[in-house]
Design a protein around this ligand. Structure first.
Ligand code: CAA
Length: 445
């Protein structure tokens, strides 16, 4: 079968930045280390006054089309994943296509457009849909634009306010891709959960502590399901493992469980046994809580071992570099983690072609998905073409009072007036409302 996957990626970060340790923590009466060490976050991205999920998605897609010299004729699908939609009928992809038609000759009338919703996992589901469309031979030589765009805002005063973010990732999905090929094998962990939801409301209702446990439980199921089809996963089988990253501290928890799981019954477990014992086996315990306590003790000991630390530093930590600077981008988050890993390999002169990534997505409500990706020969050129860290550096640094006004601006119930902090240039901007209450956009040169 022809390889199918991601040929190229572009990213658009919200143009404003909130420093969590310096600006946010003091206003909350928090120790800055809660953010930098506990959650693992330095800054969050926010949309400027003229930005929203459409502008960020259209700007990422436009940049991608320009770099790859694509025309509307090349695009057979526009799939948008978001959990920040403002319209229950008209999909964001139509707004984005409308924006792009302002700057290209031709149109996207031939392109199938849709919008995927399943919390943060919808970006991966859209990617999967696009790959399946190509694998089924229905693409007529065209590729798919897959765009994950979100403004991850929480109610003021909610604990989730520490983990906000805003931005879009646009992916060009094709046959014979330059960046990564996606495996056909996938694993799922899916259950009806109420860890995080937005029942006809803009800001989420979140059970924060429970959401962490649900993430871990579904992720474990997805990994086991993946192994049932792809074979057992060893700790060193994958160059990097990008996880959905609501904040880096969440990935630290997931990585430790993944390491424990993948070293079980291996030489690594044997080598560690002398110092920390063997992993507890359920069948050796009559009592469930005694078993759980033993697992917890073993995991605490494992966390301190150099074997684990070296594995984590090599395969997980590099996936967090963008997220710690921009916060949670919901549907785009795991795709930033993949990019961080590839960026790390490029910065360290590593030849990654042919190596594999284990990609682990999660969406509240709740579902996890695990699949493998094989890095393609053209990866380095694609990664070198990205300037994500330059764009992160060039964001406008908000004071706390400015942050409060930005939050009010993007609060649908308030829609407060706000002058932009940055000057739009070569980008789509939000321009007001049309006669049917639709949002309107224009391109600023
Ligand atoms: N120095 C070092 N570490 C510190 C510290 C300090 N001074 N103060 C606190 N910490 C640590 C805490 O020990 C904790 O780490 P552990 O979890 O490892 O114990 C961490 O910093 C966070 O501190 P708290 O638990 O006290 O923080 P909180 O009560 O404000 O809540 C949260 C944290 C639950 C993640 C909250 O921010 C939240 O609800 N976020 C939104 C929900 C979310 O992101 N859930 C993740 C899974 S769901 C998902 O992934 C989907 C999605 O995208 C939303």
């Amino acid at each position: 079968m022809t390889a199918v996957g991601i040929d190229a990626v572009e990213v658009w970060t919200g143009k404003l930045s909130l420093d969590l340790a310096e600006t946010f923590a003091p206003e909350q009466g928090d120790d800055p280390a809660k953010y930098t060490k506990g959650l693992g976050l330095r800054e969050s991205s926010f949309p400027d006054a003229h930005e929203d999920i459409v502008t960020m998605g259209a700007n990422a897609a436009h940049r991608l089309m320009e770099r790859k010299s694509l025309t509307p004729e090349d695009v057979g699908r526009i799939d948008v994943a978001t959990e920040s939609a403002f319209d229950n009928s008209k999909p964001v992809s139509t707004y984005i296509a409308g924006c792009l038609e302002q700057v290209y000759d031709g149109d996207f009338h031939h392109a199938n457009k849709g919008e995927r919703k399943f919390a943060c996992i919808a970006g991966t589901q859209s990617l999967d849909d696009a790959c399946n469309w190509i694998r089924a031979g229905r693409n007529r030589g065209r590729g798919a634009l897959v765009i994950a765009s979100d403004t991850a805002l929480y109610e003021r005063g909610d604990a989730g306010e520490a983990t906000q973010g805003a931005g879009a990732v646009a992916m060009w999905v094709t046959e014979d891709p330059a960046l990564v090929e996606l495996s056909v094998e996938q694993g799922y962990g899916s259950a009806d959960e109420t860890d995080f939801l937005k029942p006809n409301q803009q800001f989420p209702s979140v059970d924060g502590k429970r959401s962490i446990q649900v993430y871990l439980a579904r992720m474990r199921e997805a990994l086991e399901d993946f192994e049932s089809v792809a074979g057992d996963v060893g700790p060193d089988d994958y160059a990097y493992a990008p996880f959905h990253t609501p904040y880096p501290g969440m990935v630290r928890k997931a990585a430790l469980l993944a390491y424990r799981h993948t070293t079980r019954g291996t030489d690594v477990e044997d080598a560690l046994a002398e110092d920390i014992g063997r992993q507890p086996r359920r069948e050796a315990f009559d009592d469930e809580s005694a078993f759980e306590d033993a697992v917890s003790d073993y995991t605490d000991a494992l966390k301190e071992r150099s074997e684990y630390r070296e594995w984590y530093d090599a395969r997980i930590e590099p996936t967090l570099a963008i997220s710690e600077r921009v916060g949670n981008w919901y549907t785009g988050s795991v795709h930033l983690a993949r990019l961080s890993a590839l960026h790390h390999a490029a910065a360290n002169g590593r030849d990654l072609a042919g190596e594999k990534l284990l990609v682990a997505s999660y969406g509240s409500g709740a579902q996890a998905e695990v699949h493998a990706e094989t890095v393609r020969d053209g990866w380095r050129e694609e990664v070198d073409a990205l300037s994500i860290f330059d764009r992160v550096e060039s964001r406008y640094d908000l004071s706390f009072a400015e942050y409060e006004r930005v939050h009010d601006r993007h609060n649908h119930a308030k829609q407060a007036e706000l002058d932009a902090f940055t000057t739009p240039e070569d980008e789509f901007v939000f321009d007001g409302w049309g006669p049917m209450n639709e949002r309107t956009y224009r391109y600023v040169e």
